[in-house]
Write a protein that binds this ligand. Structure first.
Ligand code: F6R
Ligand code: MG
Ligand code: MG
Length: 371
């Protein structure tokens, strides 16, 4: 049985005019590198290079399985070549996400974010790829809950006999690196008790319930690398990607997209320190400008055929998301008026990995015991 692995590996290796956008030249360098060192050398079958804000995203397909050293090295070398150009051009934050000088067998823990899934291709296999800028992995908690567990979002949970059994969620404690698996609808309330705490828990994977093998059951995977926790200091926000399968027993593409229709509040935005609405935008509008934001998400729709990617369709480039965007703009404006006050500014715990502790350190001697 031939299985296909979809690997989306991303890094911020430099932005134009600040942490705003990946220039076209940089994407072209990545494309050339992947063509020459990936396709020609038969390491990967296909690829698609894109960006969300200042994050460079390498989507690749192959039959080498997850965590493959050659695929990871290919991505790493691509980022290194892009960084060299970014440094020469003095792009802003050149090489910011490459935390080590040399590749150590896997990009995990080295700075880049990664979402990978191995699947048995169906008769027709729609694959949806989502990429965010100026936010963190748990930004996907609310939408993935709605998509896979909320019948008010996903009609298929009620109407499709292949979906009524529900889904299984892997939940990661992003600080302690502990994982728990919960199943819905049975443990719906307990699931919410965890994933509502977005500062600690992130949905890592979603599977169909039952006894299907993982390559058939896998429904979604989120990149959960915490860049600043890895680096031990503020480097940039994690800016996660997610891969979601749709149709034929999985939620329909429209049910998946419906999960992003609120424009829900997430952490990130300016200096990774502010809460704001996650605005679904077209690929062209993935340019976080006002106050380095607001946080953005783009969606790319592909069809997979024997490891080849057909597409993408720019999923949020549609008037049906105008109202969501309008709401996001109103909420953005309202949140901004709070300036440095919570809840616009994130909680103290979330600020731990920003530059604020350095400011507070200076004030420590000023505090005297109250008699
Ligand atoms: C957030 C982000 C930006 C920067 C901000 C300050 O993830 O990347 O909001 O934090 O532009 O950047 P520096 O400190 O590089 O001037
Ligand atoms: Mg940046
Ligand atoms: Mg970014």
């Amino acid at each position: 049985m031939v299985l296909t692995t979809i690997s989306c590996i991303k890094a911020d290796v430099g932005g134009l005019a600040g942490h705003i956008v990946v220039p076209e030249e940089l994407k072209n360098i990545a494309r050339k590198h992947l063509q020459k060192n990936g396709i020609k050398k038969k390491i990967i079958k296909d690829f698609y290079v894109f960006n969300c804000g200042d994050d460079l995203e390498l989507l690749m397909t192959h039959s080498r399985g997850k965590n493959d050293e050659k695929v990871h090295k290919l991505a790493w070398d691509t980022f290194v070549e892009c960084t060299a150009w970014a440094k020469k051009t003095k792009l802003y934050g050149a090489g910011q996400d490459l935390l080590s000088d040399a590749f150590s067998g896997n990009v995990k823990g080295q700075g880049p974010g990664i979402a990978e899934m191995t699947i048995k291709e169906r008769k027709s296999d729609p694959i949806l790829v989502f990429a965010c800028d100026k936010t963190e992995p748990s930004a996907f908690n609310l939408p993935l809950f709605k998509i896979f567990a909320d019948p008010f979002n996903t009609a298929g949970l009620v109407i499709d006999p292949h979906a009524t059994a529900g889904f299984k969620f892997e939940i990661l404690d992003v600080y302690k690196h502990l994982m728990a698996t919960l199943e819905t609808p049975d443990e719906l309330h307990e699931l919410l008790a965890l994933i509502g705490t977005t500062s600690t828990y992130a949905i890592k994977r979603v599977f169909k319930r039952g006894d299907l093998p993982p390559e058939e059951a896998i429904a979604a995977e989120v990149c959960t690398e915490k860049l600043n926790v890895l680096a031990g200091k503020y480097v940039g926000k994690d800016d996660p990607v997610a891969i979601v399968r749709s149709q034929s027993g999985f939620p329909a593409t429209g049910e998946v997209l419906e999960g992003f229709s609120l424009g829900h509040l997430v952490s990130g935005w300016m200096r990774g320190s502010h809460k704001g609405p996650l605005m679904p935008v077209s690929m062209e509008d993935a340019t976080p400008t006002r106050f380095d934001g607001p946080p953005r998400i783009i969606g790319l729709g592909f069809n997979l055929a024997n490891g080849k990617l057909f597409g993408p369709k720019d999923l949020f480039a549609d008037i049906s998301f105008d109202l969501t965007r309008q709401r996001c703009l109103t909420v953005m404006d309202y949140m901004r008026r709070h300036g440095p006050f919570e809840p616009h500014r994130v909680s103290e715990k979330e600020l731990e990995y920003t530059t604020l502790p350095r400011v507070l350190e200076k004030l420590k001697p000023r505090f005297k015991k109250v008699k």
